[in-house]
Design a protein around this ligand. Structure first.
Ligand SMILES: Nc1ncnc2c1ncn2[C@@H]1O[C@H](COP(=O)(O)OP(=O)(O)OP(=O)(O)O)[C@@H](O)[C@H]1O
Length: 549
C-alpha cells in the first residue's frame, strides 16, 4: 500500500479571504433547498488553504522555535516509533510535540503541558510515555504500563486510535485497551484480563468501577506513566473525587510513576489537586504566551445577540444560510447546544428545517453504539452539520470543521475555548460564532480576553424571514422532545440565575415562552420530584404532573 500523503500544518488564509463565496447572499434557505445537496458539492482539494509554512505556525507560539522533523529525534525516539509517525504521515513536530521532546528534563519527568486546541497534544504525551517503556521499562506481560484518563468515551476511543498509530511499527505488538461506560462491562473486562493491555485509555467512571476488582488492581502494579488529558477538567470539582479515588487504588505516587497533565486551558484553582499526580519540581511547559488570546489567532470569533431566547432557533437558520453562502464548499459545521435534550430538540427541528444539509447529532442521551457510529461518520464526512452537546466539546478531532456555532451560554469560559477549538485544527482555518439572548449577552463583556466581535451581518433582522420555517418544522417535532428540552432549559439556566439576573419566577416565565416558541399549546408538564430537584418548588407558572399516560 502506498504511504499516505504527508500531513502538514497549514499557513493561515489571509484574514478576510473567503474563497468560494459566489453563492447569492440574498437567497433564502428555501431557495437553497433547490440546490444540489451539500454532500454533492465537489470536495475542495486538500490543502487548498495554502502551502504549508511550519515556521509561520511556530512564530505564533512562545519561543519562536524552528520547526524540526521527527527524524531529527532519532537519538531520543526509537526507530520503530519514527517509522510509525512516518506511516501516519507526520513529518514535522508540532510546537507542543517539539517542546515536550526537547525541553522535558527527562522523558520520565512529571509535567504540566499547555498548548492550544488541535496542536497535537495527544502524540506529545504518547511519545515520551511509550518511549520510556521501550527504553527497558516495559511492564511484565499483562500489566498496564501507561494509564491515560480522559473525560469522555469518544475521546478515549480517539486517543486509543492515535496510540495504535504510534505503536503500529513496533516489532512487538503493544496493545492499547479502553475502558469506558456505555459498553458491556463483562466483555470489556474479559478482553482486558485475557489480553496484554500495556496502554489503557479510560474514563473515570468505568475505570473506578473495574478497579473495585482485586484482579484488575493487580494489573497496575507496574504502571510507569499516568496521563490526565484535559487535565483541568479531570481535576475540577466534578471529576476530581473519582480521579482521586482511582489514584488511591493504583500504586502510590511514591512508587515513582510519571504524572503528566495536558490541556489547552489550565485553571489555577486545580493546581492543588494536580499535586496528586505531580511531585514538587515538576516541569511546566507551555506553547501559549500568557499575554496571548487563549484561542487560535486563526479563528475569527463573533457573537450575535437576539432579543429573546425564543428567536435563537430562527437566528441559527439565518446564520447557517449566511455562512453557507459565504463558503459553500466543504461546509462542515458543529453547533453546540447547552444540554443533551436541547441538542436532541435541535436535531429533530433542523432535520426538518434544514433538509438540504446532512445532519448529525451527538449527546449523552444517545446509546453508546449510536454515539460511536456518528462520531466516525462525522469524522469521515466532508460536509454536514453536527448538533452536539459537550460530550464532544473537548479533545475531539473532527477533521476540517470550518465553523463552530454555540447557542446559549457555555458552562464556563474554558468550555467556550475548547468548543471553539473544534475548528482550526492541525493548522487549518476556522470561524466561530456564539448566539446569545439579551439576557446572556454578559458573556462577551465578562470575557474581555476573548477576541469576540459583533457578527458583521445583521442576523436579527433576518429572524422574521426564517420564523415560518421554524414554526412549520416544529409541527413535526414530537411533544415529548419539546417537553424534555423545556425541562432541560429550566435545569440548565437555573444554575446561572444570578448571572442572567433572573428570579426563579422570571426563569419559569422565560421557559414558558420558550415552550410557546416550540409550538407547545401550554407549558409541558414536569414531575413534582423534578421540580423539587431543580429547586423550583412553589414557583408560579410551572405545570406539575406526570407526562406518562
Ligand atoms: N506532527 C503532526 N503532523 C501532522 N498532524 C498531526 C501532528 N500531530 C498531530 N497531528 C494531527 O493533528 C490533529 C490534532 O491533534 P490532537 O487531537 O492531538 O490535538 P490536541 O492538541 O490534543 O487538541 P485538543 O486540545 O482539542 O484536545 C489530529 O488529527 C492529529 O492526528
Amino acid at each position: 500500500m502506498p504511504p499516505p500523503p504527508k500531513r502538514k500544518w497549514h499557513r493561515p488564509r489571509p484574514s478576510g479571504a473567503t474563497p468560494n463565496n459566489a453563492a447569492n447572499p440574498h437567497s433564502t434557505v428555501a431557495q437553497q433547498q433547490k440546490r444540489p445537496k451539500v454532500e454533492d458539492v465537489t470536495k475542495q482539494e486538500a490543502g487548498a488553504t495554502g502551502p504549508v509554512d511550519v515556521k509561520a505556525m511556530y512564530s505564533t507560539s512562545t519561543g519562536n522555535a524552528e520547526a524540526k522533523r521527527f527524524s531529527e529525534m532519532a537519538g531520543t525516539l526509537d526507530k520503530a516509533l519514527l517509522n510509525s509517525l512516518d506511516k501516519m504521515g507526520f513529518e514535522f513536530m508540532s510546537p507542543v510535540q517539539q517542546k515536550v521532546l526537547t525541553e522535558l528534563p527527562n522523558i520520565t519527568s512529571d509535567c504540566i503541558v499547555q498548548a492550544k486546541t488541535g496542536t497535537g497534544k495527544t502524540v506529545a504525551f504518547l511519545l515520551p510515555a511509550i518511549q520510556n517503556l521501550l527504553s527497558g521499562n516495559a511492564p511484565p506481560k499483562g500489566k498496564v504500563g501507561i494509564l491515560i484518563i480522559c473525560p469522555t468515551r469518544e475521546l478515549a476511543l480517539q486517543i486509543a486510535k492515535e496510540a495504535n498509530g504510534v505503536t503500529a511499527c513496533l516489532p512487538r505488538k503493544m496493545e492499547t485497551h479502553t475502558a469506558f461506560g456505555g459498553t458491556s462491562r463483562a466483555s470489556n473486562l474479559k478482553a482486558f484480563m485475557n489480553g496484554n493491555p500495556t496502554i489503557l485509555v479510560a474514563t473515570p467512571g468505568r475505570l473506578d468501577d473495574i478497579l473495585g476488582e482485586e484482579e484488575v488492581r493487580e494489573r497496575f502494579t507496574h504502571v510507569k506513566t499516568v496521563v490526565l488529558d484535559e487535565a483541568d477538567q479531570m481535576l475540577d470539582a466534578g471529576f476530581a473525587p473519582a480521579v482521586k479515588k482511582i489514584l488511591r487504588r493504583i500504586p502510590p505516587k511514591s512508587d515513582g510513576w510519571q504524572g503528566m497533565c495536558f490541556s489547552a486551558t489550565m485553571n489555577p484553582d486545580v493546581m492543588d489537586v494536580a499535586k496528586c499526580v505531580l511531585f514538587p519540581g515538576y516541569t511546566t511547559l507551555s506553547t501559549v504566551d500568557p499575554n496571548e488570546v487563549p484561542t487560535h489567532e486563526r479563528v475569527p470569533q463573533f457573537f450575535i445577540t437576539v432579543p429573546t431566547v425564543t428567536q435563537t432557533f430562527a437566528a441559527l437558520l439565518a446564520l447557517i444560510e449566511e455562512e453557507y453562502n459565504k463558503n459553500p464548499s466543504d461546509f462542515k459545521v458543529i453547533v453546540f447546544g447547552t444540554t443533551a435534550n436541547g441538542v436532541g430538540l435541535f436535531y429533530d427541528l433542523y432535520k426538518n428545517a434544514l433538509p438540504q444539509f446532512r445532519l448529525f447529532e451527538l449527546h449523552s442521551r444517545m446509546s453508546q453504539p449510536a454515539r460511536t457510529k456518528t462520531t466516525q461518520q462525522f469524522k469521515d464526512a466532508t460536509s454536514g452539520i453536527l448538533v452536539a452537546s459537550d460530550v464532544v466539546g473537548r479533545g475531539m478531532d473532527f477533521p476540517n470543521v470550518g465553523l463552530v456555532v454555540q447557542v446559549g451560554l457555555p458552562s464556563s469560559t474554558e468550555q467556550y475555548i475548547h468548543r471553539v477549538g473544534r475548528t482550526a485544527r492541525a493548522g487549518k482555518d476556522g470561524r466561530a460564532v456564539i448566539i446569545l439572548s439579551e439576557q446572556e449577552s454578559f458573556f462577551p463583556k465578562i470575557n474581555k480576553t476573548l477576541p469576540l466581535n459583533p457578527y458583521p451581518v445583521d442576523i436579527v433582522s433576518q429572524v422574521p424571514k426564517h420564523q415560518r420555517t421554524v414554526d412549520r418544522a416544529f409541527t413535526n417535532v414530537e411533544e415529548e422532545a419539546k417537553a424534555k428540552a423545556y425541562q432541560a432549559f429550566l435545569g440548565y439556566n437555573k444554575t446561572f440565575l444570578k448571572k442572567l439576573k433572573l428570579s426563579p419566577a422570571e426563569l419559569v416565565r422565560l421557559a414558558n415562552e420558550y415552550a410557546k416558541a416550540m409550538g407547545c399549546p401550554e407549558p409541558p408538564l414536569i414531575e413534582k420530584s423534578t421540580v423539587g430537584k431543580m429547586g423550583l418548588k412553589g414557583v408560579p407558572g410551572l405545570r406539575i404532573g406526570s407526562r406518562r399516560a
